[in-house]
Design a protein around this ligand. Structure first.
Ligand SMILES: Nc1ncnc2c1ncn2[C@@H]1O[C@H](COP(=O)(O)OP(=O)(O)OP(=O)(O)O)[C@@H](O)[C@H]1O
Length: 309
């Protein structure tokens, strides 16, 4: 449905996007993840035709997207990072204003406004002004605005920035509903857990380049460790024991802080043979905890840096 090929964009001498390519299939949610300044917003602005690329192309349903009016652009709905609501108008009036920008008016515009307000769970707040809304409700109204013209592809640029955890959840519920209705989405974020919750496919971007493009499951598989075991031992282990433990089948690394050990395992099933080995060595744990490694580590593994400082 969407094909981004070799897109390049510089601001002066700074290359913000450096040959980015990826595709979004119909009904798919793509997570575009990278740290601040990675080039996500620039990429998204080029896809929407708000910025011109220096090189490369963006095709939506085999038609090129360029700057300026085009019927293809109408197939996209953008939820920008900055809120774009009129505080003096009610939620309903805001939506009708957005609809009029797309040439939708009269009864059809009223019906659609009611439809999208219900979709974002704001039907009971239709007559209220956004100035009385929480940050998360404003975001949901912004999502509703982007949906007024019934786009085929919804692009959300970091929609949870500045939103409290409870409202964040409400945004996710809205997006999950849209996904179940078959809406195609691009979701940018620098929070891996957010992208992981929604995305069928994740594109990792850094310094304007795509570092990985895969399904969450495939990205997990590429991590050297997929599980971890945290142990609190009865006695601090000596170096010789740690060395032998590192050689146990399935163990990828062992970090020690006095009596606490964090053992990285290739997969969760490797915990059992390790527990057997520890018992054989006469090593007793007072406490242990298993944990799955997080997809956050994909970025760390690819760049040696974490997604956020
Ligand atoms: N209008 C501009 N003029 C000059 N440089 C810019 C402009 N917009 C972005 N940049 C630079 O381009 C690079 C990519 O920025 P972009 O906003 O696309 O990244 P991002 O991944 O969306 O980051 P953020 O999450 O902070 O928005 C950054 O180095 C940024 O400073």
């Amino acid at each position: 449905m969407l094909e981004v090929s070799g897109v390049v964009k510089s601001y002066g001498t700074r290359r913000a996007v450096d040959g980015v390519s990826f595709t979004v299939e119909r009904g798919q949610t793509l997570g575009l993840i990278g740290p601040n300044g990675a080039g996500k917003s620039t990429t998204v602005s080029i896809i929407c035709g708000l910025l011109t690329a220096d090189a490369g192309s963006v095709m939506l349903d085999h038609s090129a997207i360029g700057v300026g009016a085009s019927p293809t652009k109408r197939k996209i709905g953008l939820v920008p990072q900055d809120l774009a609501l009129y505080e003096d108008l009610t939620a309903f009036e805001n939506l009708r204003l957005f609809a009029s920008l797309y040439g939708l008016s009269g009864k059809r515009s009223q019906e659609r406004a009611r439809e999208v307000l219900a979709l974002v769970n704001l039907a009971d707040r239709a007559s209220d002004r956004p100035s009385t809304f929480s940050g998360g409700m404003k975001r949901r109204l912004n999502i509703a605005a982007a949906l007024m013209h019934d786009p085929e592809l919804l692009i959300l640029d970091e929609p949870t920035v500045g939103v409290d955890p409870q409202s964040r959840n409400a945004i996710f519920e809205t997006l999950e509903k849209l996904k179940s209705l078959g809406c195609s989405m691009i979701y940018t974020s620098h929070y891996m857990e957010e992208v992981e919750r929604l995305a069928d496919r994740i594109v990792v971007i850094d310094h304007g380049k795509v570092l990985a493009d895969d399904t969450p499951t495939a990205l997990y598989r590429k991590l050297p460790a997929q599980a971890a075991l945290r142990l609190e031992l009865a006695h601090a282990p000596d170096e010789a024991l740690l060395t032998r433990m590192r050689a146990v089948e399935g163990v990828t690394s062992v970090a020690q802080n006095e009596r606490l050990l964090e053992v990285r395992l290739r997969e969760a099933d490797d915990a059992l043979p390790l527990a057997g080995w520890l018992a054989q060595q006469g090593v007793h744990a007072n406490h242990f905890q298993t944990a799955r490694t997080s997809l956050e580590e994909v970025f760390l593994n690819l760049t040696g840096r974490s997604l956020r400082d």
